[in-house]
Design a protein around this ligand. Structure first.
Ligand code: MN
Length: 761
């Protein structure tokens, strides 16, 4: 397994720096079937790197075989495009769309230009690639029909192939598809626009506000993101709203929406948190986003931090007709755990019919025509999200057209109507087209228990050895974090967490990862945070046990946290004094920590101790609602200096290692806006799988043996003694009073030393 992963993605990983790029680094590989790959997913990226090119990536044996195609795919069978085979890419790259940072491999913007399924027509892909001839049928959003890739026998440089369309009903000599359809199927942006996506999003929001949208209130955001009431439901023409039905027959002032065979949802994105609430006849606001990772990914790709849509989730059959039966089958497969296969074979589109919020703009007070116009402007023309084309004009031909296409009902909507929930103003009316209603198929998004199943993280490669000397595995690591979730989560919640991944265990390579991979589950929350170089990054927010297990499964051994919480990332909510004993002895660190505790007690600041998980000790001092990082750092420095003055033989704050001598390094430099410390209950990537363990102050004595606290022993300790650090973040110390007392303490110390000097003299 390890060998295969190494050989398949080795080139890919060698070319990239995971701490610097935002591309996925690739997880573990699925086991390819013994008969080889007969079908899979594909993506075509448009990549504006040093030289602009398209990248065709075909799923083969759990990775993406990749070809750089400078001219891009063509529909003309006579056009043979050069395709240079490049390194295999991880399967997560199917979802990738972003600007690769400057100076990194492949720097520049890359959009997902097309997505779909590939079928290998003349045998398994592995054999085709080896033979130098690949015959495929593509079923994508843009590319359709048969294509071939043929390897050049005598190629001057590298692995050169020719890509061309085979003659079939999708071939065309006239159409230039790369010019005709230049936009992303995820964000709807062009590759040029992607670099200024934020500005483009902001311009749309500003336009909505200029058209009369109101500013969203905090209350409205909450109501939209966690809806308790159903969205607008159309009244039935015959029964409750006959007058509206009559009005609907008038030519002007109304638009009509076809009722597709889908599932009505309210789709909301707030930050990276996406929810799809089901609101059809059968369900009362059931969240079903876990069944639609493709739609979730597309919502996350839009250039808005917030968007709320009213629409229908629709699966289309091979002929392009909506099929609720296919949708039901797909949901069933996903519930059984085969999400990749199900989403590949049966893509789902969110057909949006109304827009309720965009960024900070509440667009519900705008007339329907304006909302629809905004909707068409912000959604991709072709992709996982689409604006429903409104039908306009005389009613009779519209009803006839719909009936002909097996659409049983349309909803008539007043153009001037606002989006209200006020039933008295009911602006929508359901009209029958005369086509026989389709047999009802229930899409079973099984309630509570199956949801639970989808939030469960399946740990992959449990048996992989992570601590070779002890025989501890990746499964042991995941089990540990699952068992301490309750005590560790309060320290992680709402806080930037920096991941350090060890895909091959503590003896293998490790790397820092600030950025979250693109294809993460919908329930994972993220936040924007700047790294130490002030580069914007997107980090995980570890708020629940599922997310904790999800990142443990990414082979993250230690969890590093910043001393701040959203939304106040400018404010430190604790500071740390680290007693580093690498060149000294633990007993001295204990003496210093006990003395620091006395000082903090004297100035009435609460303090909490933990082992570092390696050889030292950490003392954490909570700051209530928060202080500026400068204040927090100054406090830590002052306390450190006090200790060094009192214990010059065993303590030092000397930055230059060689000058420290056999003294404890009192490190106060771990408090800063981008400085991270290892979280309480975090495992360390060292022999013994030791854990940074919170201690009661009476445990900080000369018998302390930090190495006894390991991944194997800490869960039992927690069960027995609980968490000695519990409540740390809830304390509300009076920091200004403490600062005043500390100044007194320092002055007192100076006076005493002054007197002592005089006596000696
Ligand atoms: Mn490329």
């Amino acid at each position: 397994m390890k060998e295969r992963a190494g050989s398949k993605l080795g080139d890919y990983r060698r070319k990239r720096r995971p701490e610097a790029t935002n591309e996925p680094f690739g997880g573990e590989l699925p086991v390819p079937s013994s008969e080889g790959t007969l079908s899979g997913a594909y993506v075509v990226h448009l990549h504006d790197a040093t030289r602009r090119h398209y990248d065709l990536r075909l799923e083969v044996g759990g990775v993406l075989a990749s070809f750089a195609v400078p001219r891009g795919p063509s529909l003309d069978p006579d056009e043979k495009a050069l395709a240079v085979k490049t390194e295999d890419h991880p399967i997560e790259y199917l979802d990738f769309e972003d600007v690769i940072p400057a100076k990194q491999y492949g720097a520049g913007p890359m959009i997902a230009w097309d997505r779909g399924t590939v079928e290998y027509l003349e045998g398994p892909a592995e054999e085709e690639i080896a033979s130098g001839k690949i015959h495929v049928a593509l079923r994508g959003m843009k590319l359709r029909g048969r294509y071939a890739l043929v390897k050049l026998a005598k190629s001057a440089k590298g692995d050169e192939w020719l890509l061309f369309k085979k003659a079939d009903e999708h071939a065309s000599k006239e159409r230039k598809i790369v010019e005709e359809l230049p936009r992303s199927v995820l964000s709807g942006l062009t590759v040029e626009e992607l670099v200024s996506a934020d500005a483009i999003g902001a311009a749309h929001v500003a336009r909505a506000l200029s058209l009369g949208a109101t500013k969203l209130t905090a209350r409205a955001v909450k109501e939209l993101v966690t809806p308790s009431r159903s969205p607008l439901i159309a009244a039935t023409a015959s029964a409750s709203a006959p007058s509206a039905a009559a009005a609907a027959r008038a030519r002007d002032g109304w638009v009509y929406d076809a009722e597709l065979e889908g599932v009505r949802v309210l789709a909301t994105r707030d930050g990276d948190l996406v929810t799809l609430h089901r609101f059809d006849a059968g369900g009362a606001g059931q969240p079903i986003e876990a069944f639609y990772p493709d739609v979730v990914r597309a919502l996350r790709a839009l250039p808005f931090s917030r968007i709320v849509l009213d629409g229908e989730l629709v699966a289309f059959d091979a002929s392009g007709h909506p099929s609720v039966k296919l949708l039901a089958q797909r949901v069933e497969k996903i519930a059984k755990g085969d999400a990749h296969r199900a989403t590949t074979n049966t893509p789902v589109v969110l057909v949006a019919k109304d827009l309720m919020a965009l960024g900070d703009a509440d667009v519900r007070p705008l007339p329907l025509v304006t909302r629809r116009e905004l909707l068409s402007a912000v959604l991709p023309e072709l992709g996982f999200l689409r604006a429903s084309p409104p039908l306009e004009g005389a009613l009779a031909p519209i009803l006839a057209f719909c009936a002909e296409h097996d659409v049983a009902a349309v909803v008539a909507k007043k153009k001037s109507s606002t989006y209200t929930l006020d039933p008295k103003k009911q602006p929508w009316t359901l009209l029958s087209t005369g086509a026989p209603p389709r047999p009802r198929v229930t899409v079973d998004h099984r309630a509570s228990d199956a949801r639970a199943v989808l939030r469960r993280v399946d740990v992959t490669n449990r048996a992989k050895l992570f601590w070779p000397d002890e025989g501890y595995t990746k499964g042991d690591l995941c089990d540990y974090y699952a068992s301490v979730a309750e005590v560790i989560l309060p320290y992680l919640a709402d806080r930037p967490v920096i991941l350090v991944r060890y895909p091959d265990g503590i003896a293998g390579k490790s790397f820092y990862q600030w950025n979250v991979p693109p294809g993460m589950p919908p329930w994972v929350r993220t936040l924007s945070v700047n790294d130490e170089n002030d580069e914007p990054k997107r980090g995980f927010l570890l708020d629940d046990a599922s997310t904790l297990l999800y990142i443990a499964n990414l082979a993250c051994i230690p969890l590093h946290i910043l001393a701040c919480r959203v939304p106040n990332l400018e404010q430190a909510d604790f500071f740390t004094v680290d007693f580093d004993v690498k060149q000294s002895e633990l007993k001295h660190a204990i003496t210093l920590a006990m003395r620091l505790h006395q000082h903090l007690d004297a100035i009435r600041l609460p303090s909490f101790a933990k082992t570092s998980g390696q050889s030292g000790l950490h003392v954490l001092v909570p700051l209530g609602k928060g202080q500026s990082f400068a204040t927090a750092r100054a406090l830590a420095d002052l306390l450190g200096k006090l200790l060094v003055e009192e214990f010059p033989d065993i303590a030092t704050m000397e930055r230059i290692v060689a000058r420290r001598g056999p003294r404890v390094y009192v490190d106060t430099g771990q408090t800063g806006q981008t400085r991270a410390i290892v979280a309480p209950y975090s495992v360390r990537a060292v022999a013994g799988a030791t854990v940074s363990t919170p201690l009661a102050w009476d445990e900080v004595d000369y018998d302390l043996e930090p190495r006894r606290f390991t991944m194997k022993t800490v869960p039992a300790r927690v069960a027995k003694v609980g968490d000695p650090m519990r409540g740390m973040l809830a304390t509300k110390p009076d920091v200004s009073a403490a600062v005043a007392r500390l100044s007194d303490l320092v002055a007192e110390g100076t006076t005493k030393r002054g007197k002592a000097k005089k006596t000696t003299r």
